[in-house]
Design a protein around this ligand. Structure first.
Ligand code: ATP
Length: 263
């Protein structure tokens, strides 16, 4: 249906990625197909080395696919673009810019300048509760605060899709839980399309509408599990019977792939 097509944000079409290594060719991804629709929250889990980051980097336009292609709103991805915002595990802030200027940078890339960029940056910093730190430098912030700035910067660019590569992976458990809650609250309000990689099955279920399980290398999509737990979700959701059932189901599938890796 034409209506459905309008809502398709990212199309991953038969993507294969081969790296040339000293030991020869290494197939990181093979035959990956996925459609990401507007307002979807998708989490990707799978064993270490199955190609999750490779896939995200190809969507981001940081890597090329060896064959196949990615389309964003119908346009073939050939490089990075402001319609695809990326948040990495290691905050990737500019250390020489203040918090506010880091966020302003994203706005300036979109052609928003001067006072308007400053006002908008402050608006996004307020969303992540960091207005008081606007004039601080990244090195003066905790890991969780740096990641909030990275998220504010990604949001400020108002991308069609947010690509997040283990954004909370480097944080302690408490901060991680806090940032999950904040991201959930934000997503429940604006439903920004998200493609989020994590090692943490609980994190995937609490956030996502769909959890994509990737197979051991060469990475393929092994299965897609719909998370039928209604929003709003809170940390207490993790104690509910349905959550635990989904956790068992997804964990056992991921575990099978871990065993494949170890063979
Ligand atoms: N630039 C590169 N050159 C050669 N091989 C690479 C390169 N980048 C990744 N690889 C290999 O491709 C495979 C997939 O890596 P990738 O980082 O995408 O996996 P991942 O699922 O994100 O892993 P993890 O969960 O450990 O972060 C791995 O075997 C990795 O060693």
């Amino acid at each position: 249906m034409a209506g459905e097509e309008r809502d398709l944000i990212v199309k991953i079409d038969n993507v294969r990625k081969v790296y040339n290594t000293r030991k020869g060719e290494m197939v990181a991804l093979n035959g990956v197909n996925l459609d990401i629709y507007e307002n979807e929250f998708i989490c990707v889990v799978g064993p270490s080395g199955c190609g999750k980051s490779t896939l995200l980097n190809i969507i981001a336009g940081l890597h090329d696919a060896t064959s196949g292609a990615v389309y964003c709103k119908g346009k073939k991805v050939t490089g990075t673009g402001t319609e695809r915002g990326v948040v990495f595990q290691q905050y990737a802030l500019f250390p020489w810019l203040t918090v506010k200027k880091n966020v302003m940078f994203a706005l300036e890339m979109k052609g928003i300048k001067g006072k308007q960029a400053e006002d908008e940056a402050m608006k996004y910093l307020a969303k992540v509760d960091l207005t008081k730190f606007a004039d601080h430098y990244p090195k003066e912030l905790s890991g969780g605060m740096k990641q909030r700035v990275a998220i504010a910067r990604a949001y400020a660019a108002n991308p069609e899709v947010l690509l997040m590569d283990e954004p909370f992976g480097a944080l302690d458990a408490q901060t991680r839980t806090q940032l999950q809650t904040e991201l959930l609250e934000t997503w429940e309000k604006d439903r920004k399309t998200c493609f989020f990689i994590t090692h943490d099955v609980e994190e995937a279920i609490i956030l996502a509408q769909k959890v994509i399980i990737m197979s051991a290398r060469p990475g393929r999509i092994k299965s897609i599990v719909n998370i039928d737990i209604p929003y709003p979700r809170t940390q207490e959701t993790k104690m509910t019977p349905r959550f635990l059932e989904l956790k068992n189901e997804i964990w056992s599938q991921v575990y099978q792939e871990y065993l494949e890796v170890r063979k």
